[in-house]
Design a binder for this molecule. Structure first.
Ligand SMILES: Cc1cc2nc3c(=O)[nH]c(=O)nc-3n(C[C@H](O)[C@H](O)[C@H](O)COP(=O)(O)O)c2cc1C
Length: 210
């Protein structure tokens, strides 16, 4: 590990060449990540939350929409992350686009998306994923893999002839940011870090030392 060393020289972030609105820059960077080689899931992002004891907790989720200035993902509301967000909506997203020498960090607050939006997205998913949402009580302990497969079988039979509705405990969260940091690797560890912060009349742009 100590000998792994790479000079970052694929791009740069210059104040007079970036948009005033961070969502415009995010959209450009998301397109770059989507067309880059070697990024399997460009919409995979780490979601960090805070536990009831005040410890950080993290896991990967998939960005499914960017709407009304909110980053949207879907999950089980009774999961660990769901309980943590219900108690404390403060959270951070991180897109680790290491292959293109970039990361984006989004700090904000999560709120549930509307039942209508969650239902519309749930209904667009394949039948197997919709049944899976019923079969797994996400984050609860289970005695064995076999028990999980029995749960899946029982819901597969239940919904053999009709469409599974969206479970009430399943849906989306939208994270509305108050800060977005764009990090671009540069030579000699003098990386570019541009921080957008929400102000009453728009976004301020500052540069952070690497
Ligand atoms: C590539 C990838 C994508 C994932 N996408 C999601 C997702 O969109 N929603 C979700 O609830 N879990 C997703 N997971 C699983 C979560 O990382 C996590 O294991 C699960 O949500 C339970 O987290 P929790 O116990 O902290 O609530 C994904 C995992 C990986 C590796």
């Amino acid at each position: 590990m100590q000998d792994l060393r790479r000079n970052y020289e694929r791009g740069q972030l210059v104040e007079d060449q970036i948009p005033q609105n961070p969502f415009d820059l995010f959209t450009q960077w998301f397109e770059d990540a989507s067309s880059a080689e070697g990024i399997l899931e460009p919409n995979a992002m780490s979601l960090s939350t805070v536990t009831s004891e005040g410890s950080p907790d993290s896991r990967i989720v998939l960005l499914k929409d960017l709407r009304n200035e909110a980053f949207v993902f879907y999950t089980n509301y009774t999961s660990n992350k769901g309980q943590q967000l219900n108690a404390n909506p403060a959270c951070t997203l991180l897109f680790p686009w290491v292959n293109i020498e970039r990361q984006v960090i989004v700090r904000g607050k999560a709120t549930k998306v509307s039942e209508e939006e969650s239902t519309a997205y749930f209904n667009s998913r394949p039948q197997s994923s919709r049944i899976g949402a019923w079969a797994s009580s996400q984050s609860s302990v289970i005695q064995s893999r076999a028990e999980l497969e029995e749960q899946l079988l029982s819901y597969t039979e239940k919904y053999a002839d009709n469409e599974p509705p969206k479970p009430p405990h399943w849906g989306g969260y939208g994270i509305v940011p108050y800060q977005i940091e764009f990090w671009q690797g540069r030579p000699n560890r003098l990386h570019d870090r541009i921080l957008y912060t929400r102000e009453s009349d728009g976004w301020s742009i500052t540069r952070l030392q690497p």
